[in-house]
Design a protein around this ligand. Structure first.
Ligand code: NOJ
Length: 506
């Protein structure tokens, strides 16, 4: 089946979506129960953050076994039931693939520590320098040193994230065979596509030279907070652009031509250029970069992305995720941004609860479990706030319908905001997702795109030669140069405070 190359994708963070058994943690039967509501929004697909066996040190991105479901989420039968219902409802199912690293609890890593040299080659082990220090200056993306000492092997192993997430050697044939088999296994179970975690970080310079310091203009562009020392380096040797992008041809071969494939780009620097390289023919369908959420979809960000890319078709748009703080403020700005995202050509990833305009919750330090948040506490923005379970009702007394037990994170949602979300924001999302589909804005090309301060003025042309002009004001009111005809659609919020968005057929 030919897949939709510019789908609207609903991201589910399963731990925080819907609990079915009172454990306080979301699970697969919970997702199945809520699929009608997702399908009703009109999206094309769901993407599930990892559901595999994991000690959950990094929220499920530390995987022991990619072939099996963690019991906290359910069973393979639960998974099959979820896929069957999604397909009945016309939703495609995309799974996360975290190929860059495993959990340190993985049998491969444990065998490597125990002296199995074949398994050691699955990872990156290096001898210390003669003075006992690590092989080079590489840092983890979280800011810790990237090399960790193992006294049994008397070697360092490399990790781009937490010490509990040793990096895989993705050039190793044994690793490649295992990845191909696990992806085929999920495809055979009906999975339609994959999201590849940190796809731009897969390969590194084999000589392992030190990264040079980042020049100021590079430092500003390295994704993440600049109190993280990772931003002090120019990552030319630990993230290989040329070979790295070509590796996506393996992913395509293993997943199949008919799978929808998209990847996460954590490079920051050269983000759009890398997205273009990773999505050449025979590679991924799309890549998403941190430009949009870091700029909260500002006019200048969008013009910059348009100018630096060949097309937006291959860059997935998004504003919030399980890693970024929720972008919503619970006011009119969210509606204008939703309309702008619907109008932007290319795939669109909607994070669970964004369709209710949920603002970023604040958590007390004692409630937080994410090691990254704790590392930089209280400076943030942190990741766990965005993982607070989603509310299904405005009623706080039953944990907003999320669980009959104790939610794994406190749910201090404001009932009025949730009610506004259910009554008005979700129908608004349904409407703009429908307009996007009916007019094929996602498949269009950008003809003109200008930012005038806080105003974005963009004209697109669809595959059937229809032209649309979208004007989006981020707080500066309706500009004078809008067409004087009635727009096809306008975001007309009561509490606008200068936010305005409208689309005309021109
Ligand atoms: C990106 C994931 O989205 C994030 O949650 C995770 O910590 C890192 N990759 C490492 O897997």
């Amino acid at each position: 089946m030919e897949h939709n190359k510019t789908p609207a994708i609903y991201q589910i963070y399963p731990r925080s979506f819907q609990d079915s058994n009172g454990s306080g943690t979301g699970d697969l039967p919970g997702i199945t129960r809520r699929l009608d509501q997702i399908a009703d929004l009109g999206v094309d697909a769901i993407w599930l953050s990892p559901i595999y066996v994991s000690p959950m040190i990094d929220g499920g991105y530390d995987i022991v076994d990619h072939r099996h479901i963690d019991p906290m989420f359910g069973t393979l039968d639960d998974f099959d039931a979820m896929v069957a219902k999604a397909h009945d409802l016309g939703l495609q199912v995309y799974l996360d693939q975290v190929l860059n690293h495993t959990s340190d609890q993985s049998p491969w890593f444990q065998d490597a520590i125990a002296g199995d040299e074949g398994k050691a080659d699955h990872y990156l082990w290096r001898d210390p320098k003669p003075d006992g220090s690590p092989p080079n200056n590489w840092l983890s993306q979280f800011g810790l040193p990237a090399w960790h000492w193992n006294h049994q092997r008397r070697q360092y192993y490399y990790s781009q994230f937490l010490p509990q997430q040793p990096c895989l050697n993705l050039r190793c044939p044994g690793v490649q065979d295992a990845i191909a088999t696990q992806m085929r296994g999920w495809r055979d179970r009906g999975v339609d596509g994959f999201r590849f975690d940190v796809v731009t970080a897969f390969l590194w310079d084999e000589v392992m030279k030190d990264n040079p310091p980042a020049r100021p203009e590079v430092q500003d562009k390295v994704a993440g907070e600049n109190f993280n020392p990772y931003t002090y380096q120019d990552h030319v040797y630990d993230m290989l652009p040329g070979d790295g992008a070509a590796y996506a041809e393996n992913l395509r071969k293993w997943a199949g031509d008919d799978a929808y494939l998209f990847g996460e780009n954590t490079s920051g620097n050269q983000s759009i250029e890398l997205a273009m390289a990773f999505t050449q023919p025979g590679r991924l369908d799309a890549v998403y970069t941190t430009d949009l959420p870091e700029g909260r979809g500002s006019p200048a960000t969008i013009v910059d992305m348009v100018n630096r890319s060949d097309t937006l078709q291959r860059i997935a748009g998004w504003l919030s995720s399980h890693d970024q703080p929720r972008h919503s403020r619970g006011d009119a700005s969210d509606l204008v941004l939703a309309l702008q995202m619907a109008f932007l050509p290319g795939p669109w990833i909607i994070y669970q609860g964004e369709d209710l305009s949920l603002p970023q919750p604040k958590l007390a330090k004692g409630d937080v479990t994410d090691p990254l948040d704790l590392l930089y506490w209280p400076d943030g923005p942190g990741r766990e706030g965005a993982r607070v379970p989603v509310p299904w009702t405005a009623d706080r007394t039953d944990h907003h319908g999320f669980t009959s037990g104790m939610p794994w994170l406190p749910m201090a949602w404001n009932g009025d905001i949730v009610q506004r979300g259910l009554d008005m924001v979700r129908p608004f999302y349904r409407k703009v997702i429908g307009l996007r589909r009916d007019h094929d804005w996602a498949g269009a090309q950008v003809i003109a795109c200008e930012a005038d301060g806080d105003v974005l003025d963009m004209t697109i042309e669809t595959q059937t030669d229809q032209r649309f002009r979208g004007v989006f004001s981020h707080g500066a009111g309706q500009p004078d140069n809008c067409p004087d005809t009635e727009p096809l659609f306008r975001a007309d919020p009561d509490d606008a405070q200068g936010w305005f968005g409208a689309i005309w057929q021109v």
